[in-house]
Design a binder for this molecule. Structure first.
Ligand code: SAM
Ligand code: SF4
Length: 458
């Protein structure tokens, strides 16, 4: 049995939201001015921003978010792809196509061989970072499933970082994931609102709110200090979810001295065979953009991940105000990189652009596509990462590493037109490296890559 957690204080969230409603223009301006220093803002201030409707002030909010994103993350956008290893699931989350009672779904758990095939197909697109993901099935997708998959992929491909998004585990199991070389452990609470959680997750292990919300604590105790959190927007009031998620982060930051490496912002999508036919708390594009900007300024040192659940043009727009990692060329059915099966997907994808197409758009927007996996391999994770990040040093590594990994990709995978566009972006990006020594070193490493050397990073 697991104790009922007390760190998501619903009464406090409702009271902060009540107070947040009555905020005047000057107060908002003061909060935004404070936020510009990249030191974050508190929950009361977040609550006030969550009620912003005034277009002029919203533009100011986006401007601050843009400023923080550029100052801390520079121009890089990190790319990754999900690898669905199974769509079998014992739970019955009302919103998900994988739910147990969905009779329309073609069920499949990939063998190790098939997983490696998928990883190779993802690598062939040009990716170096992937996210293993699946339903929850104690027999088929247990910890062994993940450790064996990681081992096989690291051995058979040049995938350099494997993140995992999986159902809650025990401390011992997290230790095994750590040993096998997990990058980030990701888990979404879905909704921080207990009663909504209870309705949405009627049966199975996932029905236990407390077991799920304490997964991150156990991951830390198992030695994983690089974690990602998220809420599924659309299940309950988005304002509540933003505050709930930040309270969750504050809890483990206080307990373990480290906040999350990433926050994901999935928005509910239609899914074949889901029992939820309508989105209970629809989040408009305007509100969604506000959510991203608020996260960017509330926790400036936490990456924000946006998936292909969002439309192409909207994803492009959100890049500038805070998103630092995006998936591209994604499939959400097991085996999807070999063959499509629209009766095996978790949900409908909105952005179907290929990785090269996505890279082209990133370049056109003046950003650098990054395939960097250096931090975790240089042990710049957890507390270490935060120290670098807060001192502003992470930016110094990220830009050169983005340049180097982009160059590799251009040489190994890109066609003529992307290569030409990319080389121009690299020249501009080199100029932006402030430290002369670092710039010279980066240029020298680019020459090594030209000569055939690979996987060099700072
Ligand atoms: N099965 C594991 C779990 O639930 O923790 C692993 C993650 S599940 C495959 C991936 C995530 O997809 C869920 O945590 C949920 O937030 C999201 N998801 C499920 N159904 C969705 C839908 N219809 N639209 C958008 N996201 C959805
Ligand atoms: Fe299963 Fe996860 Fe889908 Fe829930 S969200 S039905 S646990 S795959």
């Amino acid at each position: 049995m697991i104790d009922k957690v007390d760190f998501i204080k619903e009464d406090k969230i409702f009271s902060l939201l009540e107070k947040g409603k009555a905020t005047d223009k000057n107060e908002i301006k003061e909060i935004l001015a404070k936020a510009r220093d990249c030191r974050g803002i508190d929950l009361g201030e977040v609550a006030k921003l969550l009620y912003l409707e005034d277009e002029e002030l919203l533009d100011e909010l986006y401007d601050v978010a843009r400023h923080i994103k550029n100052r801390i993350y520079g121009k890089r956008v990190v790319l990754f792809a999900p690898l669905y290893t199974s769509n079998e699931c014992a739970n019955n989350c009302l919103y998900c196509g994988f739910r147990h009672d969905n009779k329309e779904l073609h069920r499949r758990t990939l063998s190790l061989e098939e997983i490696v095939k998928e990883a190779k197909a993802i690598e062939k697109q040009g990716h170096k970072r992937l996210l293993l993901i699946c339903g929850e099935d104690a027999k088929k997708t247990n910890v062994k499933h993940f450790t064996e998959a990681m081992e096989a992929i690291y051995k058979a491909t040049d995938i350099r970082r494997i993140n995992i998004e999986a159902a809650p585990m025990t401390i011992e199991e997290y230790k095994e994931l750590k040993k096998a070389g997990i990058g980030t452990y990701v888990i979404f609470q879905e909704t921080y609102h207990r009663e909504t959680y209870r309705i949405m997750h009627p049966v199975g292990k996932k029905a236990n709110y407390d077991w799920r919300i304490t997964a991150i604590d156990r991951a830390f105790e198992g030695g994983i200090d690089d974690v990602g959190v998220g809420a599924l927007f659309g299940l309950y009031d988005y304002r509540f979810e933003v505050l709930g998620l930040l309270m969750h982060c504050m809890h483990f930051e206080k307990k373990f001295g480290v906040g999350p490496h990433t926050i994901s912002v999935p928005r509910l999508r239609p899914a074949l065979g889901a029992s939820l036919k309508e989105i209970p708390y629809k989040v408009s594009d305007k509100d969604f953009k506000k959510i991203v900007a608020i996260f960017r300024i509330a926790v400036p040192y936490t990456g924000i991940i946006l998936s292909t659940r969002e439309r192409a043009e909207f994803r492009d727009e959100l890049l500038s105000i805070g998103v630092s990692q995006i998936s591209a060329g994604s499939k959400t059915n097991p085996g999807g990189y070999q063959e499509d099966d629209d009766h095996a997907d978790q949900f409908e994808i909105s952005d179907n652009r290929s990785l090269p197409k996505m890279m082209e758009t990133i370049c056109q927007k003046g950003y650098i596509p990054s395939f960097c996996t250096a931090c975790y391999r240089r042990c710049r994770t957890g507390e270490n990462f935060m120290e670098y990040a807060k001192a502003g040093d992470i930016h110094e590594f990220c830009q050169p590493n983005a340049i180097l990994t982009f160059k590799e990709n251009l040489m190994d995978y890109a066609d003529e037109s992307l290569r030409k566009m990319g080389e121009e972006i690299i020249l501009k990006a080199l100029e932006e490296i402030e430290d002369d020594k670092m710039r010279t070193l980066t240029i020298a490493r680019l020459e090594e890559i030209e000569k055939g050397k690979r996987d060099i990073y700072f």
